[in-house]
Design a protein around this ligand. Structure first.
Ligand SMILES: Cc1cc2nc3c(=O)[nH]c(=O)nc-3n(C[C@H](O)[C@H](O)[C@H](O)COP(=O)(O)OP(=O)(O)OC[C@H]3O[C@@H](n4cnc5c(N)ncnc54)[C@H](O)[C@@H]3O)c2cc1C
Length: 357
């Protein structure tokens, strides 16, 4: 699939990869400045190829390239995505979207319910929206300036996304914790939090938009990390081994190694097909979901096997493979657990006749 990219996309990939190769040893801050200077930092809303935001394929190319260069945190190279704030009102654009894209304000995304039987709700009282509920696992909530909160609007429980300033009265961060991949999250309570009606995103697609972007992003990162891992493993296997020959000569090793390549080839093909579909089809949630499941599981299995075949050194804290193992493990739960997502794919076809092969 990557072979069939349009010439301008191949050029973008080469330029971006060249930029990464030249600057890979810079610290995070210097890398960010360089990326801003070259226009890569802002591609999610201003492509380097055309007017307007980068399309799904450009974003996939960029994210896959960062990960396949062995960089685990792309936030200093590719800035935030408009996500649910795409096509918002001028007021939201001026107060939230533009400051977020410039890096002056940070956003977090609150969708995982603490208690699924009692989801976070909103209701209209005296022309103010009142929010109540608890979200369980909001990444970067501690340093976010505002949250995008997925909620059920009473009385009919229609789903909306609300923009809520993190310092609003009634918000409390009950517990802040770090997960295996080193990221920070909080349990957040909303106790009669009031927001004006204009901060309720009436676009019912908003939540879906954010979720689709997050899942495609994880898929691209996963494929990039699988490529990086296989390249590291290949080099490790070719080195002389204390047993005499190099491990790449052993048939047992070759069988396992080939499986990693087969699955990564399949995952990469799926990623590019889905990104292409996103450009032309309205309803691709099932395809994006299938891609997230396959790519995250492939990347996790690739690094798990690569560690096994490389030996104990790769488990030393600070080793590339050890860090990738922790990152890929998290992605099987983040963005929706892969089991629940599997159920959604079946539901898509059995209950909504939606999904392609
Ligand atoms: C690194 C990381 C970052 C995250 N960031 C955010 C964030 O920014 N914002 C946010 O809102 N959330 C975030 N989350 C939370 C994430 O969305 C949830 O962890 C995920 O949706 C799973 O929910 P849960 O943890 O409550 O597990 P549960 O839903 O309790 O599931 C536990 C296990 O049971 C399985 N299971 C549950 N129900 C069924 C069923 N009916 N049939 C079969 N199996 C089932 C699940 O697959 C899973 O294996 C993050 C999570 C991680 C790990």
């Amino acid at each position: 699939m990557t072979e069939f990219l349009a010439p301008e996309l191949k050029m973008f990939r080469d330029k971006f990869q060249h930029f990464l190769n030249e600057n890979i040893n810079l610290n995070a801050q210097a890398m960010r400045s360089k990326s801003i200077e070259k226009g890569f930092y802002s591609i999610s809303h201003q492509s380097t190829l055309h007017d307007g935001p980068a399309n799904a394929l450009e974003m996939v190319i960029a994210r896959e390239s960062v990960a396949s260069s062995g960089i685990l945190d792309h936030s200093n190279i590719i800035g935030p995505d408009p996500g649910a704030l795409m096509n918002c009102s001028d007021e939201i654009k001026n107060n939230y979207l533009d400051p977020m894209l410039k890096g002056d304000k940070k956003a977090s995304f609150a969708f995982t319910e603490n208690d699924f039987k009692n989801p976070t709700t909103a209701e209209l009282i005296d022309s103010q929206v009142i929010i109540n509920g608890k979200k369980s696992y909001v990444s970067r909530a501690v340093d976010s300036d505002f949250m995008l909160v997925v909620l059920n609007f009473k009385p009919d429980n229609s789903r909306f996304v609300a923009i809520v300033d993190s310092n609003s009265e009634g918000i409390s961060l009950n517990q802040t914790f770090e997960s295996l991949d080193g990221s920070t999250h909080s349990e957040v309570t909303f106790d009669n939090v009031q927001i004006p009606q204009n901060l309720l995103l009436k676009n019912v697609q908003a939540a879906t938009q954010n979720i689709l972007q997050e899942r495609l992003e994880m898929s691209a990162i996963s494929v990039g990390l699988a490529i990086f891992t296989i390249n590291e493993l290949t080099a490790n296997l070719l080195k002389p081994h204390r047993s005499g020959a190099s491990l790449s000569d052993r048939e047992g090793i070759r069988l396992k190694y080939s499986d990693l390549r087969i699955n990564t080839y399949a995952a990469r093909s799926m990623l590019y097909r889905t990104a292409t579909l996103l450009e032309g089809y309205e309803n691709v949630i099932n395809e994006v979901t299938a891609t997230k499941i396959f790519c995250t599981e492939t990347a996790f299995n690739v690094v798990d096997t690569a560690i096994q075949l490389s030996g104990g050194e790769s488990l030393i804290v600070g080793n590339h493979l050890e860090a990738i193992f922790r990152k890929t493990r998290s992605m099987k739960l983040a963005g929706g657990s892969n089991e629940i997502l599997r159920l959604n794919i079946s539901k898509g076809i059995f209950e909504f006749d939606s999904g392609i092969l």
